[in-house]
Design a protein around this ligand. Structure first.
Ligand code: PEP
Ligand code: MN
Length: 270
């Protein structure tokens, strides 16, 4: 099967799906202004080119931290200005779209919302890129049909993100479907990002699986990073600390030439 040509999608200044490998990094949730500032600078220094950070969190347990919500908006604006990095965050409800347009360069649709067709239709009316995560029980076919809801709304800027699926295996949080990454590169034109953080749920597995995702043909990865993972308000067990993230970046940089790719670089100084 021939590789299908990827149609690149731009998040801010960064091209996703071109020849450069893009690393999106940041905390699972933005926890405070100093916290997000610290993480942003660290990931930028290590070579990440797009920032992530959860503002509205969909948590399994209603007592878990639900995100800073609108209180994070000013924090994000300040950090974006300081780092000059594009920013992606999850939209969990169509009513957030108008406000989020003020702070995000791309919308993330989380795994729990891949089947939320009303949300996808609304995002189809926007002009910002949408990174559509795979539902944890989503067939590739259903995932591509979900993407079609956004495209048919008039927004062709869709990026797919493989974040692991539920299988009979319980040793890891999810099963990373790298078949899907290679398959999508051959069978669709959307750029593909891999998320080894949610796919494994274990920080020690993130680096090997990030490298495997690059080898499988992913256009980039999204990785959760925290200054002190054991203290994180969400997903601490899968977050890399700054040293681990830096070491991951070095390993990817060594691998990319073998794949005839190179690391995307950031504009803007710290
Ligand atoms: C996230 O990226 O923080 C997230 C909630 O991911 P998912 O929707 O894949 O669980
Ligand atoms: Mn998370």
């Amino acid at each position: 099967m021939q590789k299908m040509n990827t149609i690149p999608v731009q998040i801010g200044s960064q091209i996703i799906g071109g020849n450069d490998f893009v690393v999106i990094a940041g905390p699972c949730s933005i926890e405070s202004a100093p916290h997000f500032e610290q993480v942003s600078h660290a990931v930028k220094n290590s070579g990440a080119v797009v920032l992530r950070g959860g503002i509205f969190k969909l948590r399994t347990h209603p007592d878990s931290f639900q995100g800073m919500g609108f209180n994070a908006f000013e924090v994000v604006k300040t950090i974006k200005h300081k780092t000059q990095m594009p920013f992606i965050s999850e939209v969990t409800d169509p009513r957030q779209i108008t406000d989020l347009l003020d702070v995000v360069d791309a919308f993330q649709v989380g795994s729990r919302n891949m089947y939320n067709y009303d949300l996808l239709k609304e995002l189809g009316k926007t002009s910002l890129p949408v990174m559509l995560k795979r539902g944890f029980s989503g067939l590739i076919k259903e995932w591509l049909l979900a993407a079609d809801y956004i495209v048919r709304g008039g927004n062709e800027k869709v990026i797919l993100c493989e974040r692991g699926i539920r299988t009979f295996e319980t040793a890891t949080r999810n099963t990373f479907d790298l078949n899907a990454v290679a398959y999508l590169k051959q069978n669709c034109q959307f750029p593909v990002i891999a998320d080894p953080s949610h796919a494994t749920g274990a920080s020690s597995l993130v680096t090997p699986m990030a490298l495997a995702a690059a080898a499988a043909g992913a256009d980039g990865i999204m990785v959760e990073v925290h200054p002190l993972p054991s203290q994180a308000l969400s997903d601490g067990f899968q977050a890399l600390n700054f040293t681990e993230f830096d070491q991951l970046m070095e390993k990817i940089k060594s691998l990319l030439p073998v794949l005839s790719k190179k690391m995307a670089t950031s504009i803007g100084e710290l």
